[in-house]
Design a protein. Sequence first.
Length: 299
Amino acid sequence: MRLRHIEVFHAVMQAGTISGAAQLLHISQPAVTKVLQHCELQLGMPLFDRVRGKLYPTPEAERLFVEIDKLNRDLVSIRRLAASLRSGESEQLRLMATPTLGTAVIPAAMTPWTRAFPNSHCQLSTNHTREIVSALLLGEADLALSLQDPRHPGIKVETLASGPMMALCPLGSPEARGEGPLPLDQIETELVAMAADDPLGNMVANAAEAQGAKPASRITVQTYQLARTLVEAGVGMTVVDPFTAASADRSRVRLRPLAPMIPVQLYLLTAANAPLAQTARRLVRYLSEAAKKNLESLT
């Protein structure tokens, strides 16, 4: 039996008449009759005895109805689920990000998303990229943001935005008085540096070495937010990603890109075998818009 046969048969069994079934299905009576006749022809047996305009189910129809009624309830549930997924109702999302992006990008994206999907839920958490990859592969997260491409065969990577590494120069420092991009070999102020295992910090260190620069540094930190906070408090200068730089207090620091420019990409990470639902794709759009707005504030 085809799906349409099942729907019509179920409606006729409920209504007891062709006209009643037509009203239940919102179709014409001839359409109900035609589908029912085709169903009986396909099955090779009558399902109803026709007596003075009324339909009386045969014993075979009664037995079929028991199973078809179960199937019809399942179909109704499937349709409700599909409608829920289409509208985003009751959707559960799990978004992870590195600490920097958790504070610099996500908050601005959540406001329009919560308005667009008032019945959906989102679990937010922060971690380092290595742990994020593990969570995605284990199905413990649906999507994630990172400034690193993990280059893992099980992870799909999409670039949402791109900007330059930025120097945060305390007001009054020689670097803050200069104009244009800041060459690393012109840094005089003590540097708040990133830990040795930080990929972006390593890029800055390699660029400095290529210029023959050796900025003085006594303080090493694990996160860009802490580096930014220290500089705002007057502890040296630092080099951070553009999203952290966008949130810096301009009354305390001046922003300058480096020379040569060191580009940074904001990556969306997802499991390669797990396509995103509509609510997740909309959140990705808001995240991308928030990131690009952050970058615009640097100019």
